[in-house]
Design a protein. Structure first.
Length: 384
C-alpha cells in the first residue's frame, strides 16, 4: 500500500533500498516516476518537442476527432463526453498522441505523469468536475477549463524542478504492482515496513484517478472492476470472514444496530487488514518494526476507532504494539479533502484533521537446540 510513493522516495533520499507495492495504476505511475532519476535537460528538450507536436496536431481537428472516435469503447466514450468539453478532448488527445511518440520508456512515463496531473487536481483540472480530488465529483456546467496544452507546459516545469532533486545514491528502489494481502516476498526477508493503508469508509481514490487513466488507455469497465478489489471498497461480494478481536467485533455489532450494510463493509475492511497484517508479520524479520499510519472513520455517527482496532488485530497476530501516537494534519498541505462553500462541517472534513501512527514490533524468536520456541503473546501499550 505504497500510495503515491512517499515512503519509497524517502528511502531513496536516505540511501536505503526499498520495495513498494500498490494495486492502483495511477499510484504506480507516480511511485515509479518519483523514484527514477532522469536527465533534466533531456526531459526538458523532449517536453518542448511534445508541446510543439501537440500544437501541430491541433491544426487538424478532423483528424483528432477520428482518433477520439477510435480511442474509447462505448462506456468510456460516454464518460469522456460527460466530463470533458469537446475542445478539451481534442487538446488532451493531441497531447496523448504526442507523448506516445516518445520512444524512451522512462521519459514517456515522466511525461505521462505530467499529463495526468493536469486532470487530477484539487480544482478538477481541465475536466468539468468541480471537486475531483476531494470527494464525489460534481459536474460544473459553468466551469470553463483552461487550455490543456498550456497547463501541461506549466506542470512540466514544476515536475522538472522536482525530479532534479532526486539522487539514486546507488540504492535500489522499486515501486511495483502488487497486493499487500499477498506479498511476493520470502518469509523474514524485510527489515522495515512503513505504510498508510486506506481508511475504513475511505475516500474513493479510483473515483478521481479514472479521469486521467481513461486517457492513458484504461477502459472505465476495467477500472470499475479493479476498484472493487481495493481494501476499503464498499463492494462486499460473497466471501466469508473469520472472527476478529473483541474491540472490532463490538464496534461492528454497534454499527449493525444502526446500519447492517455499513457493518458488513466495516467487517470486510477489518478482515482484509487482518490478512494484510498477517502478511506483514510473515515477511518481517524477527525484531523488526512496522509503522502503520491510519485515520479513524465515523460511520453512522459511530467512531470505529480504526487505529485501536488495527492494533488489537496486530496483537492477536503476534505483534507487540509499541505505541499509538496522534498526528495533527495541516489541511492546507494535503490533497484530500478540501472544504467547499459552507461544507466545513461535513463528516469527511471532521475526520481528516488527524491521523494515528501505530508502531508495531515483531518480537525476536527464542531458540533452543531443537529449534524455534513459540514466542509469548504480543503486548499492547496504548498511547494517545
Amino acid at each position: 500500500m505504497m500510495g503515491s510513493g512517499t515512503a519509497v522516495v524517502e528511502a531513496l533520499l536516505q540511501g536505503r533500498s526499498a520495495l513498494g507495492l500498490d494495486i492502483d495504476p495511477l499510484a504506480l505511475r507516480l511511485g515509479r516516476v518519483k523514484t527514477m532519476p532522469l536527465d533534466v535537460d533531456s526531459l526538458r528538450q523532449v517536453g518542448v518537442r511534445v508541446i510543439s507536436r501537440a500544437k501541430a496536431l491541433l491544426s487538424d481537428l478532423a483528424a483528432l476527432d477520428g482518433y477520439l472516435s477510435a480511442r474509447f469503447d462505448e462506456q468510456t466514450r460516454a464518460f469522456v463526453d460527460y466530463w470533458f468539453l469537446p475542445a478539451t478532448q481534442r487538446e488532451l488527445m493531441a497531447l496523448a498522441l504526442a507523448i506516445e511518440e516518445v520512444p524512451d520508456r522512462a521519459t514517456y512515463r515522466f511525461l505521462e505523469l505530467a499529463f495526468s496531473s493536469i486532470i487530477v487536481t484539487k480544482s478538477g483540472g481541465v475536466s468539468r468536475a468541480r471537486d475531483l480530488a476531494h470527494s464525489r465529483p460534481h459536474l460544473d456546467k459553468t466551469k470553463i477549463p483552461k487550455d490543456a496544452v498550456d497547463q501541461f507546459a506549466v506542470r512540466l516545469r514544476k515536475n522538472l524542478a522536482s525530479i532534479a532533486q532526486l539522487s539514486a545514491n546507488g540504492v535500489m528502489v522499486v515501486p511495483a504492482a502488487g497486493d499487500a494481502r499477498y506479498m511476493p516476498f520470502a518469509d523474514r526477508s524485510v527489515d522495515l515496513i512503513v505504510t498508510s493503508p486506506p481508511y475504513a469508509n475511505a475516500i474513493d481514490y479510483m473515483r478521481a484517478h479514472k479521469f486521467s487513466l481513461v486517457w492513458l488507455g484504461q477502459p472505465v469497465g476495467y477500472l470499475s472492476q479493479l476498484r472493487a478489489e481495493y481494501i476499503g471498497s464498499e463492494r462486499i461480494g460473497r466471501a466469508g470472514y473469520g472472527a476478529l478481536p473483541d474491540r472490532p467485533e463490538s464496534i461492528i455489532r454497534q454499527l449493525a444496530e444502526r446500519d447492517s450494510s455499513k457493518a458488513a463493509i466495516l467487517r470486510k475492511y477489518f478482515s482484509e487488514m487482518q490478512t494484510v497484517m498477517s502478511e506483514m508479520y510473515r515477511v518481517l524479520r524477527d525484531g523488526s518494526a512496522s509503522i502503520i499510519v491510519v485515520g479513524t472513520s465515523t460511520m453512522r455517527d459511530l467512531d470505529v476507532q480504526t487505529h485501536h482496532c488495527l492494533a488489537d488485530i496486530a496483537v492477536e497476530l503476534g505483534f507487540d504494539v509499541v505505541g499509538i501516537a496522534k498526528r495533527r494534519l495541516d489541511r492546507n498541505k494535503r490533497m484530500m479533502p478540501a472544504r467547499f462553500g459552507k461544507k466545513g462541517d461535513s463528516m469527511i472534513e471532521q475526520r481528516m484533521h488527524e491521523e494515528y501512527v501505530v508502531g508495531l514490533l515483531k518480537p525476536e524468536t527464542r531458540r533452543n537446540e531443537s529449534g524455534p520456541i513459540q514466542k509469548a503473546q504480543g503486548v499492547t501499550r496504548e498511547y494517545c
